[in-house]
Design a binder for this molecule. Structure first.
Ligand code: RP5
Length: 165
């Protein structure tokens, strides 16, 4: 199976990425977790992106805050799909990182999820890998079915407790 990579711009991003780690684990996808900064370690960022496809990765998740350049820097150096997570690590509550990550120039796409949207980034990465992995595709379908069942259960419980008909 293709691997996923979770790259973060700083170790201060790690707590907000737990949802991605948990989700990839739950879906049994092998993944690496790395701290690589587009600004502080630009050579390492370029080197990782350039070698990722040959290293067996199928998708790169790049999380960064503030003037977030990491997802774009990854995309610039690979044809693997890149999922960007704008991190809420600044006084601007992540709006700066959202705009930096989502506003890629034409020809160089980054699939940007919500601010701190770590779990969705992992699910999107899983869906990309599942295009060529039927077993993972089945696990994703089961994940969706379990999510649906949970919401239906909550609806039944809250409806029974609060409705006044
Ligand atoms: C970004 O700057 C990182 O991704 C992080 O979200 C933010 C702050 O980094 P630290 O100053 O906490 O290392 O590059």
């Amino acid at each position: 199976m293709k691997k996923a990579a979770i790259i973060m711009g700083s170790d201060s991003d790690l707590p907000a990425l737990q949802g991605a780690i948990d989700t990839l684990k739950a879906l049994e996808i092998p993944f690496a977790v790395r701290v690589i900064s587009a600004h502080r370690t630009p050579e390492a960022a370029a080197q990782f992106a350039r070698s990722a496809k040959d290293e067996g990765y199928g998708v790169i998740i790049a999380a960064a805050g503030k003037a977030a350049h990491l997802a774009g820097a990854m995309a610039a150096n690979t044809i693997l799909p890149v999922v960007g997570i704008p991190m809420k690590s600044s006084t601007l509550d992540g709006l700066d990182a959202l705009l930096s990550t989502v506003q890629m120039p034409s020809g160089m796409p980054v699939a940007t999820v919500a601010i701190d949207g770590a779990a969705n980034a992992a699910l999107l990465a899983a869906q990309i890998i599942a295009l060529s992995d039927e077993a993972l595709s089945a696990r994703l379908a089961a994940y969706r079915a379990a999510q649906t069942a949970k919401v239906l259960e909550k609806d039944a419980r809250i409806s029974a407790e609060y409705s006044h008909l």
